[in-house]
Ligand binder design. Structure first.
Ligand code: WTA
Length: 649
């Protein structure tokens, strides 16, 4: 791992400025020790800042690996994100400032959002959606997506958001796994000037999704409707239903442990996992981290560029910021549309103060050149964030100089779909940062490095473990309790959570995240299981066997490299490689498109039949074999295999 040595050489430090040390939402360095001494008291204090319908009897009930937070408490998430604010001066404050890719704009105040959510909650009820039932959401990044999530939360329905870039088949599998009763989609959305025909894809998915009784279709652009097929009786236009919906809807009193949502994410098998998040702990965790990590103040304009289809969008576009009464900027489209300074232009136009994006995006900006941000003022920015993958020190410094203009702290935040909330991060008024390090566990969170024997190590590299429960932790995998146990809780016997990430801890106790240690890839900040891509490939009629590995990629962090053995009678060709890439896109979605297809006579396997992935990774990186075309020769594969077996002992 060359990255490790690069990281270790990084010794620049960036302490918080005097201003940050005195004015941040949390300025007391003693908070780490106090939270450690009494984590339940720590979370209890944040919970009290929210609005509860009934108080809790105990902060935590922990029977590893099953946690219940705020036991007996009752609350409603949408009431905390909306009703709580419309009773104050925030009533007329912008909640969502939205820009579509073509340039259309909308602003919803807290009052507007409150009315829209209440009305849509009534629409869902009128179509028979009951408390506890699942609602699938397959939408572009439009305000209606946030509205639909909050409306589900209001009536106690469980949402399952499916990223709009996923294929019909991926959507269908997720609907079926959750047995969703209703789907909200749109005629389409915009990406790089093209229409993404979501309803058309949804129709394809629905052909094999009998649990869906009703479909609600948002018209993305009233002035430019996208042609769709409407199935009478099943499909309804959002705007028509909303015309007749009452604008007041009492929020349901939900138990703190009632399910809030399911979000599917890739794991080490071919089948994505439906990560289950509940109500009380999740809201407390996202509320607290948003407040302290992003330091939100009343006049901030906060922009997290993630799509709401990923967990980052759930926690830090919708729930955390709205629970804090923030003004949230949302943008539908691509960062380079129509020009490579779209983000910087938008930051100036909206006066964005806090900006949260991914290293992949930052590396793309670096590649595009400093002239794009240099054209803009960017002087409203005061804090920058990073999430989704390790940020290399070069990208960190570039971000600091060219976007932060050496004025803004950077919070590199490590967390996962499963953790629900940020777990390792600087506190901008407290923690000195080092480029490339996510620094320390958030107060109240316990993280450590364990060696192969499962022992805690103070400094050095190993597996990242979370040793105490935290409020926004996943409560299970939907419909698969066994997988929940084996995936996260069986690596160690002391009730510690296995993250699947490798990391090291330095002399100052700072964490440096090093990427996944399991068969999960992180491509441009998106999680992808190698097995998922392999299943998609072997589904093609020409493919006998496939093995997928990640290889490093300058911008995306990792890229998909696929080794493919063809069935008798088929010959490798560029055209076939293209067809296989397209097949993966059709099966999973564009995020899974392999960068490279390598045809191989044979896949190197150990005697016990396991694919030698380390060898494949070395080949994909160009380390084991300069010219990969020779892989078509079985003798070459056999020779490599022997060399590796000797090396590995
Ligand atoms: C990786 C995204 C290094 C990590 C919130 C984790 C990171 C996976 C960081 C979760 C970071 C996320 N530094 N690696 N700051 N943030 N990761 O579920 O490998 O889409 O396990 O959640 O992304 O991805 P997920």
């Amino acid at each position: 791992m060359t990255e490790i040595s690069a990281l270790l050489q990084e010794d620049r430090r960036f302490p918080p400025s005097e201003r940050w040390r005195t004015t941040a939402n949390i300025t007391d360095p003693g908070i780490y020790d106090r939270a450690l001494a009494d984590p339940e008291g720590f979370w209890d204090r944040f919970a009290r800042e929210l609005e509860w319908i009934a108080p809790w009897d105990a902060v935590l009930e922990w029977n590893p690996p099953h946690a219940r937070w705020f036991v007996g408490g009752k609350l409603n998430v949408s009431a905390n994100c909306l009703d709580r604010h419309v009773r104050t001066a925030r009533r007329n404050k912008a909640a969502i400032v939205w820009e579509g890719e073509p340039g259309d704009r909308r602003t919803l105040t807290y009052w507007d959002l409150f009315r829209e959510v209440s009305a849509f909650a009534n629409v869902l009820k009128s179509l028979g959606v009951k408390r506890g039932e699942r609602v699938a959401l397959y939408l572009p990044l439009v305000p209606e997506l946030a509205v639909a999530m909050l409306a589900c939360a209001r009536i106690g329905a469980v949402h399952s958001v499916v990223f709009g870039g996923f294929s019909a088949e991926s959507l269908r599998d997720r609907i079926n796994d959750a047995q969703a009763v209703l789907l909200v989609t749109a005629d389409g959305g915009y990406r790089r000037g093209q229409v993404v025909p979501l309803k058309q894809t949804a129709d394809e998915a629905l052909a094999g999704a009998p649990s869906i009784k009703n479909v609600i279709v948002v018209q993305r652009h009233a002035g430019a409707p996208i042609p769709v097929d409407i199935t009478e009786g099943r499909d309804h236009w959002y705007h028509r239903l909303m015309q007749h919906a009452g604008s007041s809807c009492e929020p349901e009193a939900m138990d703190a442990e009632d399910m809030l949502y399911i979000l599917y994410t890739s794991g080490t098998t071919g089948k994505p996992k439906g990560i289950v998040h509940t109500t009380g702990g999740y809201l407390v965790g996202t509320y607290a981290t948003t407040k302290w990590v992003f330091d939100l103040k009343e006049d901030d304009v906060y922009w997290c560029t993630a799509d709401i289809g990923w967990v980052t969008g759930h926690s830090y576009v919708v729930y955390g910021p709205l629970a804090n009464g923030a003004t949230v900027l949302m943008y539908e489209g691509a960062p380079d549309w129509p020009h490579k300074d779209r983000f910087w232009e938008m930051i100036d136009r909206h006066g964005v103060t806090v900006f949260y994006t991914a290293p992949t995006a930052i590396r793309a900006f670096m590649r595009w050149g400093t002239e794009w941000p240099a054209k803009r003022r960017l002087d409203t920015l005061r804090l920058l964030g990073s999430v989704g993958e390790p940020i290399n020190p070069e990208a960190w410094i570039w971000y600091h100089l060219n976007i932060g203009r050496e004025r803004c702290p950077i919070v590199d935040t490590w967390w996962q779909t499963e953790t629900g909330m940020i777990m390792i991060t600087p506190l901008p008024g407290v923690t000195s940062t080092k480029p490339g390090s996510a620094t320390r566990a958030f107060p109240g969170v316990a993280a450590e490095i364990r060696n192969a024997k499962g022992e805690r190590i103070e400094t050095g590299g190993g597996l990242l473990a979370l040793t105490k429960p935290w409020p926004a932790m996943l409560r299970g995998i939907y419909g698969d309790p066994d997988r929940y146990l084996t995936q996260y809780w069986s690596r160690w016997t002391d009730g510690a959570y296995f993250t699947g990430d490798g990391a090291r801890r330095d002399e100052d106790g700072f964490f440096w995240l090093l990427g996944r240690v399991d068969d999960v890839l992180n491509v441009a900040g998106h999680r992808l299981g190698t097995m998922e891509v392999e299943s998609a490939l072997v589904d093609h009629p020409t493919v006998a066997e496939a093995a997928v590995v990640g290889r490093s990629h300058e911008i995306k962090g990792q890229a998909v490299a696929a080794f493919v053995t063809l069935k008798e009678g088929f010959k490798p060709s560029d055209a076939l490689a293209e067809a296989l890439k397209e097949h993966v896109v059709r099966k999973i979605g564009a995020i899974a498109r392999p960068d490279q297809i390598l045809f191989s006579a044979d896949l190197p396997k150990t005697r016990s039949g396991k694919i030698m992935r380390r060898l494949l990774r070395d080949i994909a990186e160009g380390k084991a074999l300069g010219d990969t075309s020779t892989l078509a020769d079985p003798a070459v594969v056999a020779r490599l295999k022997t060399q590796y077996e000797e090396k590995e002992g």
